[in-house]
Design a protein around this ligand. Structure first.
Ligand code: GNR
Ligand code: NI
Length: 173
């Protein structure tokens, strides 16, 4: 059980483009489990590797409610193959931007290809909250944050707020 520190706005690490995972081995699986521990502890419904400082194209999602059994999903090297024409509006948050929420419009469905924890190629037709979440996470792999999809006025406000907070926050280790 390892909970890793979260990388927060405005850390430039969050703007890096993550690199594909070359081989799904025990080290990758152990890191994925650390990501899940970190996500559950936060708590959040998704986490991209870059949010704990690793620029790797992998992400975890668990949409199960508190009273439901855990339903962890691991997506390695995910790729959006196509997106539906319908859009959906969802109030998003991000563990790297604590306590800030805003509505984001995204395609309501997406066909995603990825590699699972056994190294097997898989595909998922994501809809609903899964579609929103997986697109939010894949954005992280490309250095994109959900605030990039809102108005510049709101984005500038939240970046300024977190820049100020970071200056007050002592640097740990
Ligand atoms: O925990 C999270 N909740 C959430 C809510 C709406 C849309 C996306 C998300 S993902 C977020 C965790 C996170 O920051 N993942 O990168
Ligand atoms: Ni996020």
């Amino acid at each position: 059980m390892t909970i890793k520190p979260l990388v927060l706005l405005p850390d430039p690490i969050l703007r890096q483009t993550s690199k594909p995972v070359e081989r799904v081995d025990d080290a990758v699986r152990a890191f994925a489990d650390d990501m899940l521990d970190t996500m559950y502890d936060a708590p959040g419904i998704g986490l991209a590797a870059i949010q704990v400082g690793e620029p790797l194209r992998m992400l975890v999602i668990d949409l199960a409610k508190e009273d439901e059994e855990k339903a962890p999903h691991l997506f390695i090297n995910p790729e959006i193959m196509s997106q539906g024409d319908e859009v959906s509006l969802y109030e998003e948050g991000c563990l790297s931007i604590p306590d800030f929420y805003a509505e984001v419009e995204r395609p309501a469905s997406a066909l995603v290809h990825y590699i699972d924890r056994d190294g097997k190629q898989q595909e998922m037709e994501a809809t609903g909250l899964m579609a929103t979440c997986i697109q939010h996470e894949i954005d992280h792999l490309n250095g994109v944050l959900f605030i990039d999809h809102i108005s510049r006025l709101k984005r500038d406000m939240v970046v300024r707020k977190f820049t100020k907070l970071a200056k007050q926050r002592p640097v740990i280790a």
